[in-house]
Design a protein around this ligand. Structure first.
Ligand code: NDP
Length: 246
């Protein structure tokens, strides 16, 4: 489905980002895996991707850093000869009620989750325009649609990503470039591992399908959105949440 394509995945060292990198590699795409600190895990993603016979390289880059993001995209284009798919997946949480949330907690989550996606889109925009093709996939969250107590920073970042997705879709549609958002519910990764057992049980109880999702299930949707089959879909926000947000 993605033979010969080049995909950039931010936060590809683990969790949903790793699953997306590996599913895209399995479908024939070479992958550039961006990570923040876990070079060991990013390397592991690359090794697993290479087993599918594609090219894979990892890049340390804090996506909230505008200049570093610019340099990283430039290097990826040099290394791979171009980019076809950009997946903005990097994200962090710093959950607290607004009463206890510090300015730093708010800024940090917005800087990675929202500004990070802006930085990557900004620096690939001209490249995609020149090629007159490209696929951008932003990993939002149902928290950006419903809001979530204790996640003022996170749900703001994820809601902002939806606005960024729709705007990017409108700006780039005339060049045949699509931009869509995926809004997962509860997915089994390190991020949700950090939640207490009681919180997880309560969450699963509210999910009509009565279980958390897997990173591979989110990755299958990302592969579809990156494929030719999704060429007429743009500006969409697709929930993948076991019915949580019906
Ligand atoms: P994880 O915490 O498992 O992984 C986060 C990834 O983001 C890691 O690869 C990490 O790199 C990377 N990252 C963190 N900060 C930065 C940064 N400043 N610059 C570059 N990379 C960074 O997260 P998940 O896999 O659970 O989540 C992935 C995305 O999906 C996030 O945007 C999250 O908000 C979203 N999501 C997750 C849900 C869930 O239930 N898990 C639900 C809804 C949305 P490193 O390994 O180097 O630290």
């Amino acid at each position: 489905m993605l033979n010969g394509k080049v995909a950039v995945i931010t936060g590809g060292s683990r969790g949903i980002g790793r699953a997306i990198a590996l599913s895209m590699a399995e479908c024939g795409a070479s992958v550039a895996v961006i990570y923040a600190g876990r070079s060991d895990l990013a390397e592991e993603t690359c090794k697993k991707a290479e087993a599918f016979g594609v090219h894979a390289l990892s890049y340390q880059c804090d996506v909230s850093d505008f200049e570093k993001s610019k340099g990283t995209i430039k290097k990826i284009i040099e290394d791979f000869g171009g980019i076809d798919i950009l997946v903005n997946n990097a994200g962090i949480t710093k959950d607290r009620l607004i009463l206890q949330m510090t300015e730093q907690d708010f800024d940090a989550v917005l800087n990675v989750g929202l500004k990070g996606a802006f930085n990557m889109i900004k620096h690939t925009y001209g490249h995609f325009m020149k090629k007159r093709s490209g696929r951008i996939i932003n990993i939002s969250s149902v928290a950006g649609i419903m809001g979530n107590a204790g996640q003022a920073n996170y749900s703001s970042a994820k809601a902002g990503l939806i606005g960024l997705t729709k705007t990017t879709a409108k700006e780039l549609a005339s060049r045949d470039i699509t931009c869509n958002a995926i809004a997962p519910g509860f997915i089994e990764t390190d991020m949700t591992d950090a939640l207490s057992g009681a919180v997880k049980d309560q969450a699963v109880n509210q999910i009509p399908l009565k279980r958390m999702g897997t990173p591979e299930e989110v990755a299958a949707l990302a592969v579809f959105l990156a494929s030719e089959n999704a060429r007429y879909i743009t500006g969409e926000v697709i929930k993948i949440d076991g019915g949580l947000c019906i």
